[in-house]
Design a protein around this ligand. Sequence first.
Ligand SMILES: Cc1cc2nc3c(=O)[nH]c(=O)nc-3n(C[C@H](O)[C@H](O)[C@H](O)COP(=O)(O)O)c2cc1C
Length: 173
Amino acid sequence: MAKTLIAFFSRADENYFGGAMRYVKVGNTEIVVDGMKEMIEADTFKIEMKNPYSPVYMTCIEEAKKDLRADARPELTNYLNSIDDYNTIILAYPNYWGTMPMAVYTFLDRYDFTGKTILPLCTNEGSGMGSSEGNIRKLAPGANVKRGLSIIGSNAANSTGAVKNWLLENGLI
Ligand SMILES: Cc1cc2nc3c(=O)[nH]c(=O)nc-3n(C[C@H](O)[C@H](O)[C@H](O)COP(=O)(O)O)c2cc1C
């Protein structure tokens, strides 16, 4: 049977919302993923760093930049044993410095995505997908990487319509 996995990275704590800093309990990407779980049947996996970035936004920005420059592969708190059961993977993440957080690189490096379909979804504050789709293609060379969906993070709670259309376009609804 066709099975779908939603793998996502999302950070709560302090973030930037339309000109102001605010502490939140649930990150933007996770809000979108929670909405998506109401629309489709899928397993979910949260990509979490063993040593998470700082809750303080400005510190997090610097830590993430350092990891990007170092092409780091931060260790995760846990891993799926296998992705063999899934033929479609929805990969959701925030745009960090024009691409994905390096923890998503760790996730992609770990498995063989040959023959699988990857649907990228990126929340951001204006940079869209950035270079993330191209980077996913490099890290998962055998996968069929579809056109991604960009969502403005601070508008995550109002993204239901866009997400639904995208899932319809990709035959998941
Ligand atoms: C380290 C870091 C780097 C970011 N870099 C960008 C960027 O290059 N372009 C952009 O549009 N937004 C950028 N943002 C904003 C996030 O992509 C946006 O707030 C996103 O919705 C956060 O998702 P989350 O709450 O699920 O972690 C950055 C945020 C952080 C914390």
